[in-house]
Design a protein around this ligand. Structure first.
Ligand code: HAM
Length: 423
């Protein structure tokens, strides 16, 4: 029979890997809550229009990568390619600005982009996403980046670079756009067809292009930093000052434009050289006009998202996971013994001892082989003959010694054997 396989680029997370996910999620929640973020969960499906209006019609995400489809009534929907637009929509829809506590949000979950799958790039991937509304102080830009670095450090990831840039604002960016347009006009024959088209509608997007000849064409392109207005320059300088005050290392990267149109002023990415082409572990920035553009109050916003798959690839490179083993294996000989063994297993678990019960019987030899594979420190052998005398046999797997222990003392005995406690 032909097998049905998972959709390309969408992965199962198997029990052997799931520890990493739990560790990352637990650490994320701890850190986010320390900084005052509260969890919000939004649907995986939204109206297509939400993403088109926020991320931008001429971005790769909206033009090429969305899972978009009409529902049965002909309404266009999309699987969310990111979380920012959804969190902003929910904030507006539920009038959360009326609540003074509702400023910092986080959400963790799957996103969908129809990209070409490769290591670190998938079609269903997961993000830890954080958003702050209503605060335009450069201090918040710094705090958001510092929290991101704090989180990575707590996971033990130290060699990750923080790249920062300012994309200016509706005051100063148009001047830069015009300069860039003029520059790109001269380079037109060198550009790929996508960039040649985009240089008219959204010239900043050419900086996202991965095609070599476009990259070469841009080597002496004008730099945004030189066109920032006074207010943007001051804002950016303050952000950098605050980062330096807290000894956070960063590099200013004036070519980093990010792949989404809603950004203005501060943008940032955390970059690694250990993941090949997919070098951005996370990224974000300020998006002060977005809430207004989506029909909400004119509140500023800033946030970031971390790619969980990329983060976990890095963690796995760093250390092997030592998975928790059962501490005790209970071998059973005879039908009557099964019921006692079952009770004993529950009793051990109730006392915090991880116990694995032999299911399906088999010879003692085969049960011991299984215990060996599991790597337990002790095996309790529950046999009918011993039970008749009110005892069980406890075998110490390292020394190979055995003890006869009264059944009613077994839990106590196992809890006091030192190796059980130290596992
Ligand atoms: P983004 O840069 O598009 O930003 O995505 C953030 C992170 O998600 C990336 O740095 C990467 O680690 C991960 N990621 C993106 N696409 C994939 C993929 N196909 N496979 C695996 N991982 C991927 C955003 O999504 C913004 N919403 C971030 C933000 C929040 N800005 C403000 N607030």
């Amino acid at each position: 029979m032909e097998r049905v396989q998972a959709v390309r680029g969408m992965n199962d997370i198997l029990p052997d890997a799931v520890h990493w996910w739990q560790k990352v999620e637990t650490t994320a929640r701890e850190v986010l809550e320390l900084y005052g973020y509260r969890e919000i969960r939004t649907p995986l499906v939204e109206k297509l229009e939400l993403f088109a209006r926020s991320i931008g019609e001429s971005t790769d995400i909206v033009e090429k990568e969305m899972y978009a489809f009409p529902d049965r009534k002909g309404q266009w929907l999309a699987l969310r390619p990111e979380a920012t637009a959804s969190v902003v929509r929910a904030f507006i829809e539920h009038n959360l600005h009326a609540d003074p506590l509702a400023r910092k949000f986080y959400t963790i979950g799957p996103m969908f982009r129809h990209e070409r799958p490769q290591k670190g790039r998938y079609r269903q991937f997961h993000q830890i996403d954080a958003e702050v509304f209503g605060i335009d102080d450069p201090l918040m830009d710094a705090e958001v980046m510092i929290m991101l670095c704090d989180f990575l450090q707590r996971l033990g990831l130290k060699d990750i670079g923080l790249h920062v840039n300012s994309l200016g604002c509706p005051e100063c960016r148009p001047r830069f756009r015009e300069k860039l347009k003029a520059f790109l006009q001269n380079r037109s024959p060198q550009l790929c067809p996508d960039c040649d088209r985009r240089r008219h509608v959204n010239p900043l997007r050419v900086f996202d292009c991965k095609v070599d000849r476009c990259r070469e064409a841009l080597t002496d392109a004008p730099e945004l930093a030189q066109y920032l207005c006074e207010a943007c320059r001051r804002h950016f300088d303050k952000v950098l000052e605050y980062l330096s005050d807290l000894h956070v290392a960063y590099a200013v990267d004036s070519r980093m434009v990010r792949g989404l149109d809603y950004y203005m002023r501060t943008t940032f990415e955390v970059i690694t050289d250990r993941l090949g082409a997919q070098n951005a572990v996370g990224g974000g920035g300020r998006y002060d006009g977005l809430m207004r553009d989506l029909g909400g109050p004119d509140l500023p916003g800033i946030g970031f998202a971390i790619g969980m798959e990329r983060l976990i690839l890095l963690l796995q490179q760093k250390e092997a996971w030592v998975s928790k083993k059962p501490q005790v294996f209970i071998a059973v000989l005879g039908d009557e013994a099964v019921r006692q063994a079952f009770r004993l297993a529950q009793d051990l678990r109730a006392h915090g001892v991880a116990a694995e019960l032999a299911h399906g019987g088999g010879s003692l030899k085969s049960q011991m082989r299984r215990a060996d594979k599991l790597g337990v420190a002790h095996v309790v052998i529950v046999g009918e003959e011993e039970l008749a005398r009110g005892v069980v046999v406890v075998r110490h797997m390292v020394s190979k010694e055995q003890d006869q222990v009264p059944l009613e003392n077994t839990v106590q005995f196992l809890m006091t054997v030192s190796t059980v406690g130290s596992l």
